[in-house]
Design a protein around this ligand. Structure first.
Ligand code: MEV
Length: 314
C-alpha cells in the first residue's frame, strides 16, 4: 500500500480573538503558505494497533500505546478511532511535519490535528465531512488550550474564510476585493492557553470592563464583515487598528508586537494588529499590493523573525 498523506493550512484571526471565547463573532482565514502534513505508511508485519507516531519538530518518536491518552497526538488518533467506530487500527507509522511555527497564533495545533484526521480516515477508507473533521480536532484543541472557542479547528478544517460564533453554524462570506496581508512573527513563543487563562482571570476580576470590551470587538467584527463584503479596504484597515487598541487594553500585546505594528503602519500598512492569543506570536498588516515589499522590509528591520505575505479571495 502506498503512503497516504494529507496536509492542512495555518490560519490567522483577522478580527475578534479572545472575545470569540466569550460568544462574540470572529473572522479567520486559512494561510496556505504554511502547512502541517501527516504521512501514514502501513506496517503489514506488525500486529494491529501497533501505531508509531513520529513528529521530528516536537521530538516525539513513540508507540501510541506508550503515550498518555491525553497527549494531543495520541488523542487525535484515539478520537478518530472512536469517532469512526474502528475496533483496531491497522499497524502503521504516522509521521507529522509542519512549517507552522508553534505557539505563534497561526493554528499549528489545529492544523496538525486536521492533517492527522484526514490522513488517518483516508488510510481507514472512510471519508469525513469537514464538520466531522472540525469536531474531532476541537476535542483535541481542548487538551491544548483548555477552553478553545473552536475557531481554529473550524477555519482549518473548512479551509476557507469563516465568520464564526461559538455554538452557531459556521458562516462563509463574500470577499469583495482581494485582501493582501503581511504576517510577521515576533519570534516570541506564547502558548494560547496562557493568554486565554490570563484574560479569563482579568474578566473574573472586572467582568463589566471586559464585557464592554468584548461587545466593542463584536461590533468591530460585524463592521469588518460588511467592509470585506463591500471591498472597503481602507475602512477594514481602520477597523484592524481599532480591534488592536482593545487587545492592548486587554493586556495581550507586548513591546515586540507593538514595534512590529508601528513599523508596518509607518511603512504604509492600511491597518495592523496582533493575531491569535498575543503576548508574542504573530501580527498582521493589511497591505496594498504595491506596499508588500516595503512593509516586509520594515518588519524585518523592526525585528520580525519571519514574514509571510498572503492573499485572501484572489
Ligand atoms: C486563538 O487562535 C484565538 C483565541 O481567541 C482563542 C480561541 O478562540 O480559542 C485567543
Amino acid at each position: 500500500m502506498p503512503a497516504i498523506s494529507a496536509s492542512a493550512p495555518g490560519k490567522v484571526i483577522l478580527f475578534g480573538e479572545h472575545a470569540v471565547v466569550y460568544g462574540r463573532p470572529a473572522i479567520a482565514v486559512p494561510v496556505g503558505e504554511v502547512r502541517a502534513k501527516a504521512i501514514i505508511t502501513a506496517d503489514p508485519l506488525s500486529p494491529p494497533d501497533s501505531v508509531r507516531i513520529q513528529s521530528p519538530t516536537t521530538g516525539i518518536d513513540a508507540m501510541l500505546a506508550d503515550l498518555p491518552v491525553n497527549h494531543p497526538l495520541a488523542a487525535v488518533v484515539l478520537n478518530v478511532k472512536s469517532a469512526l467506530n474502528v475496533p483496531h487500527l491497522p499497524a502503521c507509522k504516522i509521521r507529522i511535519t509542519s512549517t507552522i511555527p508553534v505557539a505563534s497564533g497561526l493554528g499549528s495545533s489545529a492544523a496538525v490535528s486536521v492533517a492527522i484526521i484526514r490522513a488517518l480516515s483516508t488510510f481507514l477508507g472512510i471519508s469525513l465531512m469537514n464538520e466531522q473533521v472540525s469536531q474531532i480536532a476541537f476535542e483535541v484543541e481542548k487538551l491544548h488550550h483548555g477552553t478553545p472557542s473552536g475557531i481554529d479547528n473550524t477555519v482549518i478544517a473548512y479551509n476557507m474564510p469563516v465568520y464564526y460564533t461559538s455554538g452557531r453554524p459556521t458562516e462563509r462570506f463574500a470577499i469583495g476585493i482581494p485582501i493582501t496581508l503581511v504576517i510577521a512573527d515576533s519570534g516570541i513563543s506564547s502558548p494560547t492557553a496562557h493568554t486565554v487563562a490570563d484574560v479569563n482571570r482579568a474578566w473574573k476580576e472586572d467582568p463589566q470592563r471586559f464585557e464592554a470590551m468584548f461587545n466593542n470587538i463584536g461590533e468591530i467584527v460585524r463592521a469588518a464583515r460588511d467592509a470585506i463584503e463591500a471591498g472597503r479596504i481602507e475602512e477594514l484597515g481602520a477597523l484592524m487598528n481599532e480591534n488592536h487598541k482593545i487587545l492592548v487594553q486587554m493586556g495581550v500585546s507586548s513591546p515586540e508586537l507593538e514595534d512590529l505594528i508601528a513599523a508596518a503602519r509607518g511603512a504604509g500598512a492600511l491597518g495592523a494588529k496582533l493575531c491569535g492569543g498575543g503576548r508574542g506570536g504573530n501580527m498582521i498588516a493589511l497591505a496594498g499590493q504595491q506596499d508588500i515589499a516595503r512593509i516586509t522590509r520594515a518588519l524585518i528591520s523592526a525585528g520580525a523573525a519571519g514574514t509571510i505575505s498572503t492573499q485572501i479571495g484572489q
